[in-house]
Design a protein around this ligand. Structure first.
Ligand code: SF4
Length: 470
């Protein structure tokens, strides 16, 4: 039986005021879409209504208050944002039922208010952002969505039928958003889309002006421009590329990684290696030279981390196809691998394919893939012991009250018992948040989330590293 998809919450939007407020509305909606929300064209279908107000003139204020009143009467669940958000008391006095009031350009606050009012439903078949990241993305990393939809028609995927064909954002709009995020404390930008390598194809790579020069709507131009950003402290934020298909021009971003402009990390959803299965999956950029290119990328940028995901048990996958995949993985030695057992999803073309793989065979193949890739990961992480690497801190353990046994935090057995001090957890450049491994630190007093720190690696396991600030 095909898996039925959960229904995403729907947001209604009433946008009042000047063109700038409209741009703000667009930005908020982009963020909400990235977090898995759908839009509702009417009050009745909305789980929450967002009113973006204008407070410039008294007449505009009155219009805003009327719009809030109408939304409360028609729907009842209302979040207010925009210029009138500066007058929260006026709004609350007249409409005590409003759920939240946020001011102009407080994107994070307004998105969080919506997340609270109508929590998103995780949908692994559609979401670009991992489930944990849907909740409250910490300020020090942010997802940067560069396009929506997809021009491919992979047999197991329903995204094109739900989100439509590729629709790329303007490069100048993306870069301005990135600048604002970095100015507001973001230390890591996670570039997401359904197909990052295809960025700009639909708008013919049209250039736009940014910082006095032209930037094409193209992955290489965009990544080079993102590499110019600096935090208020003058540091280079990490720029991590997700959902990159290995089209030839991907080769051009590897030197940018080698030069340190962008983070040496590529998330490439290969899904399989057997040409026969890839063909049945109708995968894009299905070419045989990937192993050779991986070798070249590593020669140019030895620290590059490649993450990928694979599906086992796709209809028609034989033991021979699966062994091909294992052989390929053994040679490719990817840094991070996620594997999934094929599941038919309502509406996907693959559901009609013959020769389904029995559940127990899927399970057995899944276990074999996981065992092989865990061993590769363990070997690769062990090779980092003794090195000093850059780490971005995600969380810091609570300092225990004097006299009490410190919280063991993330240092539970079987890891070395570094539980005599304050610990912290962060990630290296090879680890994307929520999906990859972590770096656990001891002697981390004084560190806070969002700090960049050099860490001497002392130990490792299958997924994580353990170390101390260098
Ligand atoms: S590339 Fe394939 S799997 Fe990815 S969104 Fe497009 S159709 Fe779906």
């Amino acid at each position: 039986m095909a898996k039925t998809l959960p229904t995403p919450p729907r947001v209604g939007m009433v946008s009042l005021g000047c063109p700038k407020a409209l741009v703000d509305s667009e930005r908020i909606l982009t963020k909400l879409r990235a977090n898995g929300y759908d839009m509702s064209p009417d009050y009745a279908g909305a789980d929450v209504v967002l009113v973006n107000t204008c407070g410039f003139l008294d007449s505009a204020k009155e219009e805003s208050l009327e719009a809030i009143g109408e939304a409360i009467a028609e729907n009842g669940r209302v979040v207010v944002t925009g210029c009138m958000g500066n007058e929260a008391e006026v709004i609350r006095a007249r409409f005590p039922a409003v759920l939240a009031v946020t001011g102009p350009q407080q994107y994070e606050a307004v998105v969080n208010a919506v997340l609270e009012a109508a929590p998103p439903v995780a949908n692994p078949y559609l979401d670009l952002v991992p489930e944990a990241g849907l909740k409250l993305t910490p300020r020090h990393y942010s997802y940067l969505k560069i396009s929506e939809g997809c021009n491919h028609r992979c047999a197991f995927c329903i995204i094109p039928s739900i989100r439509g064909d590729l629709a790329s954002r303007r490069p100048d709009a993306i870069l301005r958003e990135a600048e604002k995020l970095v100015a507001a404390g973001t230390r890591e930008l996670l570039v997401i889309s359904q197909d990052t390598s295809a960025y700009g194809v639909d708008i013919r790579h049209q250039p736009r002006e940014w910082r006095g020069r032209e930037v094409r709507a193209h992955m290489t131009d965009l990544t080079a421009a993102l590499g110019e950003l600096r935090t208020p402290e003058g540091e280079r934020p990490w720029v991590r590329l997700h959902y990159v298909y290995p089209y030839p021009h991907v080769d051009q971003v590897i030197p940018l990684m080698a030069e340190g402009l962008i983070t040496p990390y590529l998330d490439i959803p290969f899904q399989h290696a057997s040409p026969k299965v890839l063909k049945a999956m109708k995968r894009p950029a299905n070419e045989a030279k990937v192993l050779e290119r991986l070798r070249n990328w590593r020669a140019i940028c030895p620290d590059i981390a490649v993450r990928s995901s694979f599906v086992v048990g796709f209809p028609g996958e034989t033991e021979e196809d699966f062994q091909y995949l294992l052989g390929w993985l053994a040679e490719a030695r990817l840094d991070r691998v996620g594997a999934f057992r094929f599941e038919p999803v309502e509406g996907a073309a693959a559901n009609a394919l013959p020769d389904p793989v029995p559940e127990e065979v899927k399970e057995e193949r899944y276990q074999r893939v996981m065992a092989l890739t865990a061993q590769i990961s363990a070997d690769k992480l062990a090779a980092k012991v003794g090195r000093t690497i850059d780490v971005l801190i995600d969380r810091v353990d609570d300092v225990p009250p004097p006299g009490e046994q410190p919280d063991k935090g993330h240092f539970d057995a079987p890891h070395p018992p570094h539980h005599h001090d304050v610990g912290a957890t962060g990630r290296s450049k090879a680890d994307a948040p929520e999906i990859d491994g972590e770096v656990h630190l001891r002697d981390a007093a004084g560190l806070k989330p969002g700090d960049f720190v050099k860490v001497l690696i002392e130990d490792s396991d299958e997924h994580d590293l353990y170390g101390v600030p260098a």
